[in-house]
Design a protein around this ligand. Structure first.
Ligand code: RP5
Length: 174
């Protein structure tokens, strides 16, 4: 296996999910984790989905991420076909604003877990981070990058708080 062998496979139910699932891809790129991304639907292309997932472990993939909206069965169908860990991202694609997808993904019956993230872009970002955290259990370089990532986030909060003090003073409230 080369260094570029994808470690994470991202499935989307439709290309209309791309804007949200690009957030997952951005995180994986930031952490330099090789990934691949395909469109495959639980309902519209059930055989394609089953074939991709059943070959995933043999191809070297370690984590699968499924993003879908509406009656989102994709993550559950993916989890049914593999022993790899599956992360689900519910997408706001209907008049129910993602609640339909969230409930379909999170309410899995006992025995077929999927790790369901928040609806939308935050969930997609967290899916990427969570995948990196799983890979980091056996990869010290990734683990170090995660420490740095958290430190940078914390530094960002401190900066925001400092800017808030300036604003309070500028507004004459302090
Ligand atoms: C789901 O239906 C997809 O994941 C997407 O979120 C939603 C709408 O799909 P399109 O009609 O835009 O292809 O299966």
């Amino acid at each position: 296996m080369t260094e570029k062998t994808p470690q994470v496979g991202i499935l989307m139910g439709s290309d209309s999910d791309y804007a949200v699932m690009a957030e997952t891809a951005k995180i994986l790129k930031q952490f330099e984790v090789p990934f691949e991304m395909i469109v495959s639907s639980a309902h519209r292309t059930p055989e394609r989905t089953a074939e991709y997932v059943s070959q995933a472990r043999g191809r070297g993939l370690k984590v699968l991420i499924a993003g879908a909206g509406a009656a989102a069965h994709l993550a559950g169908v993916v989890a049914a076909e593999t022993t790899l860990p599956v992360i689900a991202v519910p997408i706001d694609a209907t008049s129910l604003q993602g609640l339909d997808a969230l409930l379909a993904m999170v309410q899995m019956p006992a025995g077929i877990p999927v790790a369901t993230m928040a609806i939308g872009a935050a969930g997609a970002r967290n899916a990427g981070i969570f995948a990196v955290q799983m890979l980091a259990t056996t990869d010290v370089v990734l683990a170090d990058k995660l420490v740095l990532f958290k430190e940078e986030m914390a530094a960002g909060v401190i900066k925001k708080s400092a800017r808030l003090q300036e604003k309070l003073r500028a507004d004459g409230l302090l």
